[in-house]
Write a new protein. Structure first.
Length: 402
């Protein structure tokens, strides 16, 4: 539900009751991924989507029912060849949705409200909800967020072990650290002990960051493309005459500094993309030497194959290892036959998207690879700055949700 946090936060501030249906599992091809949500308030107003239209009507009615009876339910939708007119997904996949009532007096409301407020404010937030396990746990929730966002409520009705509570919080934090959304399994006795309980964790993190080095025409096109895809873009160049806001109006930040010096102190994480477009060894080599030792998600450098070979040799002389060089995407981008700056930007962004989601970059026509990939866990990432939850947050896991 955090994908529509701004709207739902407004509803909670206004005191509206609502029910929210969240996609918690996807099998095969489906129009929306886990975390997508549709919410309906007591007046019948709806926001969000779980299927792009295929099953919205049926999910809408489930939300209305949850508002009436206060019961959390999990429902599966798929396509049935036996009944082509049944409610289902025409794309052939299946989705499972968790429908949770969020009404005044419901124990889960303060937990959800806390997560929505933090997410709407742009703070790193994870909301974990039980989606499979003992019936009495279905829909129970916990929020892991920075201390400034507050903690979930506690009605004092906790009936499960503290080990289970802490295990859920630990799993939620691990997902948040990587900016991931998806299911995790926790035993009722904590960790892997006891009956398995499936917990769906939604992570809401600030936009991923891209740092573009080299204030050139290609950088201008790349900045526009990256901003369009939701990146927070910084352009860095040591030449003040080129690194200007007038030349890069779509950039969130313009930095005039030597690239390697700026990167040494820049805030980066496993979702950060670094694009080196400088074409100059005096900038490229010290910059890439620094970049290849940072826990970032993507490092690419522009240049011909000959430039790449020369750059690689210079980096080896600087002590960069073969393993570190293996992280470098050079020449940068996918083979689209790009020529213009805009086409080149598309090529670069296509490679970044493929890298982030585990795509092959191959044609879908005739391919046997999945259309929608499940992103692999990020590796080598530094932690997101998330405060340790207090006891109230732990106990809030067991606030009645249905």
């Amino acid at each position: 539900m955090l994908d529509i946090a701004a709207e739902l936060h407004r509803w909670t501030v206004q005191g509206r009751d609502f029910a929210v249906a969240t996609v918690v599992r996807v099998t095969g091809s489906a129009p929306r991924q886990p975390g997508a949500a549709l919410a309906v308030d007591q007046a019948g107003e709806a926001v969000g989507s779980v299927s792009g239209g295929c099953v919205e009507g049926a999910v809408y009615e489930l939300c209305r029912q949850a508002l009436d009876d206060g019961i959390t339910v999990r429902e599966r939708f798929g396509y049935s060849d036996d009944d082509a007119f049944a409610v289902g997904l025409t794309c052939g996949g299946t989705i499972e949705v968790l429908v949770t009532p969020v009404r005044a007096g419901d124990g889960v409301r303060p937990v959800v409200a806390s997560a929505l407020a933090a997410s709407a404010a742009g703070l790193p937030t994870a909301l974990a909800r039980v989606v499979d396990g003992p019936p009495e746990l279905l829909g129970r929730a916990v929020v892991v967020a920075p201390s400034a966002a507050g903690a979930g409520g506690d009605d004092g009705t906790s009936t499960s072990s503290e080990d289970f509570e802490r295990a859920v919080v630990a799993e939620a934090r691990a997902m948040l650290d990587g900016g991931r959304t998806g299911p995790v399994t926790v035993g009722t006795g904590g960790s892997r002990c006891g009956l398995p309980v499936t917990v769906f964790v939604e992570s809401s993190v600030p936009p991923p960051r891209m740092i573009v080095f080299g204030a050139v025409d290609f950088a201008s096109a790349l900045t526009r493309a990256a901003a369009f895809l939701g990146y927070r873009v910084t352009v860095c160049d040591a030449r003040p005459v080129f690194a200007t806001a007038a030349r890069f109006p779509e950039a969130d930040e313009i930095v005039v500094d030597w690239p390697h010096r700026y990167l040494a102190t820049a805030e980066v994480d496993a979702r950060t993309a670094l694009c080196v477009l400088t074409h100059d060894p005096k900038f490229d080599v010290p910059l890439l030497k620094t970049a290849l030792r940072l826990p970032v998600g993507y490092i690419g450098a522009m240049g011909s194959r000959r430039t790449h070979r020369d750059r690689e040799a210079a980096l080896r002389e600087e002590g960069v290892t073969a393993h570190e060089l293996g992280r470098l995407h050079s020449p940068i981008g996918l083979d689209l036959g790009a020529r213009t700056p805009e086409e080149t930007a598309l090529s670069i962004m296509a490679e970044i998207v493929a890298e982030r989601h585990g795509g092959s970059g191959a044609r879908l026509t005739g391919a046997r690879t999945p259309i929608h990939h499940t992103a692999a866990p990020f590796t080598g990432a530094g932690p997101v700055d998330v405060a340790t939850p207090d006891v109230a947050v732990l106990n809030a896991l067991f606030a009645p949700g249905g």
